[in-house]
Design a protein around this ligand. Structure first.
Ligand code: FES
Length: 365
């Protein structure tokens, strides 16, 4: 087979430790222990291999990457490898002094998560009292450090009605970009689906809000917005297609075609301590299994959209059908599409209690 084009992005999950307890946490249900985390020197070698492979952007993520005391050293490795580095953070444990150290080490960009526009609700969703106020302080420190800021808001039934407030908050904090990301329902978030799925009316109102704000704020704020799968007719091209543009590396060093892939059965994901990133990208079975279109079942195989959506999301297909190779049920042609409609109906009558993410023994080490 011909060699795949190089990946554009590397997601380095530095740790699964996190001070927040978000009910929609996208980390796998089984977390890596702190004692299993890659050290800074190994990350540096992985970054150099990524740059040689063609990667341009590095996303430093977690968990909360600031839980790593050696974060400045890791950022310096990224800078010396020539990668554009983006720190994806909750912002609740970073102060201005630590941020200045990261900027001095070569950090290029900060992406800050917020749970809501209103402090009481934001703290309830994140499971940390006072967390929202700390995020606002941190955002001001980002501006003072002269670093570009993106605000990331994961939206769902319990905050979507305040989307206008989130847009105002992004402006107030000097963000150049706002990502409005609907919850993806696999991993921990699937446990909270009934508490989080928005109604069709909420979604339609949110889409109108975004359309109006994009027009009004043209040139001031870029708003990224993706319609949630459960109200879609077409699946999203998850990760831009399996093994097509993206590599994630878990805290313990497993290379993954998507950050949630470790929960898929029947894989032996390669370890960056044992294999080069180039071998992983071009040769490993895990990255080739769902790459391209040859693996697709019907109705994907005969579909005119197959090279646009690449069969949708493998993690969602497995979560809803038990089959990693099934057509993503988000597609209206999937024989399982009705499962999404049923979930939306169930959520409309369900209670709103969260099952919070508890890190427990997984954070020890
Ligand atoms: Fe894993 Fe979509 S999240 S393929």
């Amino acid at each position: 087979m011909t060699a795949p084009p190089p990946p554009l992005g590397l997601l380095a999950e530095l740790t699964h430790r996190c001070p927040l307890r978000c009910p929609y946490c996208s980390n796998p249900v089984e977390l890596s222990r702190a004692s299993a985390e890659l050290d800074a020197a190994t990350w540096g070698r992985v970054f150099r291999e990524a740059a040689a492979l063609g990667v341009l952007q590095l996303h430093l993520s977690g968990g909360e990457p600031a839980a790593r005391r050696d974060l400045p050293e890791i950022v310096a490795h990224a800078a010396s490898a020539g990668l554009y580095s983006n720190l994806i953070t909750s912002g609740v444990t970073l102060d201005a002094e630590r941020l200045r150290a990261l900027a001095a080490a070569g950090l290029d960009h900060v992406q800050l998560s917020v749970q809501d526009a209103e402090a009481g609700s934001a703290d309830r969703i994140g499971g940390l009292r006072g967390g929202h106020a700390r995020k606002l302080d941190f955002a001001r420190a980002v501006e003072a450090a002269g670093l570009p800021l993106t605000l990331n808001a994961v939206v769902h039934r319990q905050n979507l009605d305040r989307l206008g407030g989130l847009i105002d908050l992004a402006l107030e904090l000097g963000a150049g970009r706002l990502e409005v990301a609907h919850v993806q329902y696999y991993g921990w978030a699937l446990r909270n689906r009934d508490a989080l799925l928005p109604s069709r009316a909420q979604l339609d109102a949110a889409t109108r809000t975004v359309t109006e704000a994009r027009e009004r704020l043209r040139g001031r704020l870029v708003i990224d917005y993706v319609v949630p799968d459960y109200h879609a007719k077409r699946p999203k091209a998850c990760m831009g297609g399996w093994g097509r543009s993206f590599i994630a590396v878990s805290p313990a060093g497993r290379a993954l075609p998507c950050h949630a892939a470790e929960s898929l059965p029947g894989f032996d994901f390669p370890d960056v301590r044992e294999h080069s990133l180039a071998w992983i990208w071009t040769e490993s079975e895990a990255f080739q299994r769902f790459r391209g279109t040859g693996w697709m079942p019907e109705p994907c195989r005969g579909c005119e959209h197959k090279e646009r959506d690449w069969g949708g999301c493998r993690c969602q297909a497995f979560a809803l059908t038990g089959d990693t190779a099934a057509t993503d049920p988000a597609c209206a042609h999937s024989p399982h599409h009705h499962l999404l409609d049923l979930a939306v109906q169930d959520a409309a009558v369900a209670g709103v209690e969260f099952t919070y993410r508890e890190m427990g023994a997984a954070t020890a080490g």
